[in-house]
Design a protein around this ligand. Structure first.
Ligand code: AP5
Ligand code: MG
Length: 213
């Protein structure tokens, strides 16, 4: 099964994608996580991506597309994947479509996790992330067992550089301009499904599972 998670920054794509990956036994592929891992390792790719991410801008398509195509070509993606944060522009979606079609396959569902902008700003300021294993928490909704420490790997939790309020506003603007048009793109293909992302995360998950079967 090949699934795309659409939604604004902070809508809960990552939260849901991780749960779906576990339930369906397919990898969770997040371009944001790949970039952050590269920033942490100070790779050339990471340094280049950071320039854009810290400003709330999208990393250029050429760079992003290559990373994504390399990742989904790996063996563990043979039976499908959950894409989180990709595609984010129409050109990215077109490249993905072409690559999947070349394998004689297609994307099964694009799930739009819908949350209003006001809600998003509140969520992001409470988010804490583990840069080592990618786990995310929320100081009110999903607190870690021990404050500031990842339950899964014991590393320190941080407020992402791009979760500062002024950067979040910029990311939302970029989302509305460049990513929101994908809702129409996948709707025309007949694979768009909408879920209300402002519900409790268990209810959001149940709504998605009901769609996927
Ligand atoms: P990326 O890492 O993808 O960030 P994003 O899309 O901005 O999304 P987030 O990770 O912030 O939000 P999310 O929807 O995953 O929400 P989460 O589940 O964590 O990208 C970062 C940057 O990398 C981009 O800005 C760009 O520069 C670059 N980039 C990445 N991909 C790219 C691409 N394809 N092209 C170009 N550039 C790219 O949830 C948010 C918070 O809310 C958490 O604290 C969570 O615990 C909480 N929460 C989740 N669900 C609920 C709920 N139902 N109720 C209450 N709280 C909830
Ligand atoms: Mg995410």
């Amino acid at each position: 099964m090949k699934i795309i998670m659409l939604g604004a920054p902070g809508a809960g794509k990552g939260t849901q994608a991780k749960m779906l990956a576990e339930k369906y036994g397919i990898p969770h592929v997040s371009t944001g996580d790949i970039f952050r891992a590269n920033i942490k390792e100070q790779t050339e790719l990471g340094m280049e991506a950071k320039k854009y991410m810290d400003q709330g801008l999208l990393v250029p398509d050429e760079l992003t597309v290559k990373i994504l195509l390399d990742r989904v070509a790996k063996d563990d993606c043979k039976n499908g994947y959950v894409l989180d944060g990709f595609p984010r522009t129409i050109p990215q979606a077109e490249v993905l479509d072409k690559a999947v079609a070349e394998l004689g396959e297609s994307i099964d569902y694009a799930i739009n996790v819908d949350v209003k902008d006001e809600n998003i700003i509140r969520r992001m300021s409470g988010r804490r992330a583990c840069l080592k294993c990618g786990a995310t928490y929320h100081i009110e909704h999903i607190p870690p067992k021990q404050e500031g420490i990842c339950d899964k790997c014991g590393s320190e939790l941080v407020l992402r550089d791009d979760d500062k309020p002024e950067t979040v506003e910029k990311r939302l603007k970029v989302y509305h301009e460049q990513t929101q048009p994908l809702i129409d793109f996948y709707s025309k293909k007949g694979i768009l499904k909408e879920v209300d992302g402002s519900q409790d995360m268990k209810d959001v998950f149940a709504a998605i599972v009901a769609i996927l079967g």
